[in-house]
Design a protein around this ligand. Sequence first.
Ligand code: SF4
Length: 355
Amino acid sequence: MTRERIDHEFGFELRVCRWAERNWPPESDPVPAIVSRQLGTRGRRWDTIVLEVDPEGLARREAFGRERLDSDLLHVVRNAPAEWAYYRHALPHPGYPWRYVRESIHEADSREILDVRKRSNRVEIRRRFEYPDWVLRIVAIENKPDLDASAARALGDQLERDVALGLADEVWVATRATGERVEPALLEDLPVEVGILVVSGEGASARWHPRRLAPDEPGTRITERPAGGGHDRSAARFEYVSPNWKAEKRLAIAERAYERGWRSYVDTMRPDCRHFEGRIDSGALVPHCGAKDREQTAAECSGSCPEFAPEPPAWRTKGWPIEGGPGKGIRELLERRRERARARSEAGATPGSRR
Ligand code: SF4
């Protein structure tokens, strides 16, 4: 993986995702895992997310369909009773008006994941499937291919917030191997709780192991901190975050990761542009733009790109070179890979094995 080829953090991120899907955790036997990207809370998105999963629980999660369950749906299906009951008696008060709960009940009914009936003008519900505990651990990885001092400074503050909040079980920084005897990332001022993963070619190794955080315990959200350097004596501000809030957020993140995986990037890009190419690098299918002659970012590869040019219709009609044109072919290829990765995790197969 040459330096030019990983200029963009986006391409680096895809390679990290691909490596994690096959090999997580570093320097141990692989465990069943689902990998996704760009997920988190409203104020914080992690680049790469690794969900370590229980294969049996994951297979049972499948009964609820491939779409994610949002927090309102989770409230309903996780608390639904085994026997018919009036929904207001069966469910804990959600903290928001019951009419929204009724909407979620109807949605769950239409997705066929909850039994619903009307008796004496009352909506009654019954569980169809028990929602399983399928997420074992959540690992957040921040990708910085070129982790120099200024990148480390910018990242350090954010990582300190991640550690204080303790929403993930572990936090890592992934960076590109430099080949130096001591990786520069180790010399940067990053929180000691954060692991350092050095990526080289198709491999990666842990150069600093992270400390386990405590997602089951209360966390601290840093809302404001002194910005005036060493002489600034103003106080930082903090907020207490309950274990319940964290548990709900973790499950919401896991559900989104389950739905999206990491290959969904193509959904927001323009593989139907004639300049769009998918190139295999370090085992990952990485987008490449023929017009820019480099890897494009997901943000620039959009309908507003000035160089966007639609695929010629002939590409689609003549089955060139893959049936349906290259854009469609790339989408289908990524979808097939996503399905295979899911099947591997459900079967509990080692992610390193190829099927
Ligand atoms: S020209 Fe623009 S839209 Fe087309 S592949 Fe390149 S970045 Fe994407």
